[in-house]
Design a protein around this ligand. Structure first.
Ligand code: XMP
Length: 323
């Protein structure tokens, strides 16, 4: 892509001019934006960049490890992997209110990130700059997915809360780009297609896909079911036609029959939507044989689920996530 190669060269020059010899830290979320920003900045300033990946233990099956492998092994970018699953899951245990969950996750993320940044400063020069994958739509519309002007539907957790707290200067090389341009840039930087084409994933992760309070066990059940669902979507060639697809583990048990025995296990809801920007969305009209196949696989393969339902709510009135 010619325009992206030109952009890349310009952006690299700008980053070098802004940062000089100083140190930069970058919070990786597992998403495309922060990854593209990090790879671009690494091209510009190499080892002056350190990435910090706060792993809250709320990622999809295998995705935490994928981020670590991609950055350390494929790109050779210095990466601090903080395994904070015990902390996050511990503080979330017994918390059922969606907004409280979101606030706990946002607060812990900032605390853990700050502590890691301080540790880095101890064995070297403190970082003067904080890198972020802010896009143009984030710049013009800072409240990107809440409802009306004065009602907060959901408090957004992403890395946006960091800079004010940490009193650092920002490096935001993607500020002029839209999502599709970030993807094109990511391709020219050599990020794998599977990573670039990924569906959006919320900052609070799977915690908001287990209504009624999380536990390690519930998260494991959800991760297995979600992986099967996404596997079937990919096999059916539907992944790119869908904006977002995921499973939600409901805090409801129902009676079922397996072999000649009674079961009493949880209900799992499947969600899939099409959307342009996440502000409005339509449920995806799967054909029933596909849904039946997914349900059968999940119930046969995942212990803890004996019933699967499909969410046919559009946004509005529903939101995409359940919490
Ligand atoms: P809702 O559920 O409000 O979500 O219809 C719209 C889009 O935003 C994603 N989402 C989030 N993304 N931090 C994020 O980075 C969050 O706290 C968050 N909450 C929801 C959601 O997955 C969908 O793509």
């Amino acid at each position: 892509d010619w325009s992206m190669s030109a952009f890349r060269e310009e952006a690299i020059a700008r980053i070098r001019a802004q940062v000089g010899p100083e140190r930069v830290i970058c919070a990786l979320s597992g998403g495309v934006d922060s990854a593209v920003a990090a790879v671009l900045i690494h091209e510009a300033i190499g080892e002056q960049l350190t990435c910090i990946f706060v792993d809250h233990g709320l990622m999809r099956l295998g995705e935490g490890e994928q981020v670590v492998t991609l950055f350390r092994e494929h790109f050779n970018i210095p990466l601090v992997h903080v395994d904070a699953a015990d902390l996050f899951i511990g503080e979330l245990t017994g918390v059922a209110d969606p907004e409280t969950k979101r606030k706990i996750i946002g607060r812990l993320f900032i605390e853990v990130f700050e502590a890691e940044a301080k540790k880095l400063a101890l064995d070297g020069k403190p970082a003067k700059f904080l890198a972020q994958g802010t896009l143009y739509p984030d710049v013009i519309e800072s409240v990107s997915f809440t409802g009306g002007p004065s009602v907060t539907i959901k408090s957004h957790h992403n890395v946006g809360g960091l800079p004010a707290r940490m009193n650092m200067q920002l490096v935001e090389p993607l500020r002029e780009l839209f999502k599709d341009e970030v993807r094109a840039l990511g391709r020219t930087l050599g990020l794998p297609e599977t990573f670039i084409g990924r569906h959006p994933f919320p900052g609070p992760g799977l915690a908001i896909r287990v209504p009624g309070g999380i536990s390690r066990e519930k998260l494991d059940v959800l991760r297995q079911a979600d992986a099967i669902y996404l596997d079937e979507i990919r096999k059916a060639g539907l992944y790119d036609a869908i904006w977002q697809a995921f499973a939600v583990l409901l805090p409801v048990q129902t009676v079922g029959v397996m072999g000649d025995g009674r079961t009493y296990e949880n209900v799992l809801a499947l969600r899939a939507v099409t959307s342009v920007d996440g502000m409005t969305a339509d449920f995806y009209p799967y054909d029933m044989t596909f849904l039946g196949r997914v349900a059968t696989r999940i119930i046969n393969e995942v212990k803890g689920v004996n019933r699967v339902v499909y969410d046919v709510t559009s946004k509005p009135p529903g939101t995409i996530e359940w919490e």
